[in-house]
Design a protein around this ligand. Sequence first.
Ligand code: NI
Ligand code: MG
Length: 589
Amino acid sequence: MPRIAIDPVTRIGGQLRVEVEVTDGVVSDAWSSGTAFRGLERILQGRDPRDAWLFAERICGVCSGVHALASVRAVERALGVTVPRNARLIRNILAGTRYVQDHVVGFYHRQALDWVDVTAAASADPAATSRLARSLSDWPDSSVASFQAARDRLAAAIRSGQLGPFANGYGGHPAYTLAPEAGLMVMAHYLRALDWQRTPTQITTLLGGKDPHPQAFLVGGMVLVPDWGGPRPAGSEHPQQVDRASPSALGERGLAELVGLVATVKAFVDEVYRPDVLAVAGHYRDWAATGQGIGDYLAYGEFPEDDTAQPSLLLPGGRIVKRATARTEPIDQAAIGETVAYSHYTYGGDDTASKHPFDGRTDPRYDGPPLPYATLQGAARYSWVKAPRYQGGPMEVGPLARMLVASVEGQVDVRAGLGRAFTTLEASPDLLYGTIGRTVARAIEAQVIADRLGRWLNDLRAGLAGGDLAVADLGRWDPAAWPSEARGYALGESPRGALGHWVTIRDRRIASYQVVDATTWNASPRDASGRRGALEEALVGTPVARPDQPVEILRTVHSFDPCLACAVHAVGRESGGAIAIRVRKGGAG
Ligand code: NI
Ligand code: MG
């Protein structure tokens, strides 16, 4: 039984090794290994909780800002802070823009090469490509000349031998069955998306001060000064608000600029990204049956739509058990625990125990094979990712989980988006459960959020114009007012799925801090009872035509859009796995 190791898996965030066993041409077992230790949770101990978000957001520059948001929310909950309406809206716009950018980049720059043979696309007929693109949308830049130019760029890169991101591809692999003109269309938009990224980055920079790693968060709200005339809001005299803010973003001119940028972001989603995803998914419909995984889905929910203690959410939270979509199950954060039985950590006494994040520990202990290793086979512990579990069971999180939960909960925009997709694809909802379904779900979600961005901006503008200028509540800023011990958590989402931060504050300092990221769930190793994580489970059953070119494995891995930087949340100078074996030409790109 051949073993295939892909290490490092490229076109993801962070360091991931995937090892699979292939029996009769099909994956029969799988191991997902985070190969770098980090340790942000340890770095946070002893610090001022008001500073935590600045460190926590350094967990990842791809999932930029999502850990800042989770961190301020956890501390706000601990201290009993409710943020003003304007801060909620700014946070929604910042986070929502990130989801849309991440999903678009995820499809073109991290996933497309799994489905598109670049060498075939570089010889496609530009006229046929133009006809195809014009049949799918009204995007203005679908001329023959435009696709000819894109084809010339691809062909020149291939001729020069300087392939850059297309190096080590699996050109000619039999699993690439997409028509060349569809491939050229996607690759032309791959190039276009590189430029388009500038627009969401401008939005996050205007409202966040910087990208990646926005600087405008604050425990209590945001550090942006409304430029709307009238008196300054009470409590806005904190020095950060003067020095770090972008004074024009919350003025008439700034908001008008943001409206234009959001329209540009949305047009690309409507007319390029979503049609391309559906074109690729329609062709690879057979990938609905592959990569289905455990079938238990978890979404905490995201985008608060009001300012109550239990706000309604644009994307509601809930669980779906065994793909039963008659109803969702509620979430109890007390039911979450992490085990380290197969991870390079120790809980001291009993490493088979499950620890709730309030009681969690991040004590590294490498107990894998000596470096450099050729295989993880036989290793008792094999990953720097912990194994989070809900009521003891592994869960899949991410856009697919969110779309399933939202659809069951009756979210009208999600239902409409999914319905249109199923009509276009002439497919049943079962399409969603497999490898291609995760990619479709991501595009539907990007559409729903891109549609909402403009409304959040309108709401923000209306509030400011009506004289509501508060962006932060600093009533709990002074540590003298804090209790001697306080605990808080934030259950929200990130582009890659359910994200939780848990903080315990003792004597005005962080006593403990635990993060359970989306990819911690999805790329989880086995737990104490030996159950595989979501990605491992999804890989079982995947066909592999050529063990030396395992593009099928990459398809399922990339369908989760994993981010190991987030999953492990710690810093290692060298990845242990990166010096272990590589499949020759391992990883296209
Ligand atoms: Ni990340
Ligand atoms: Mg953690």
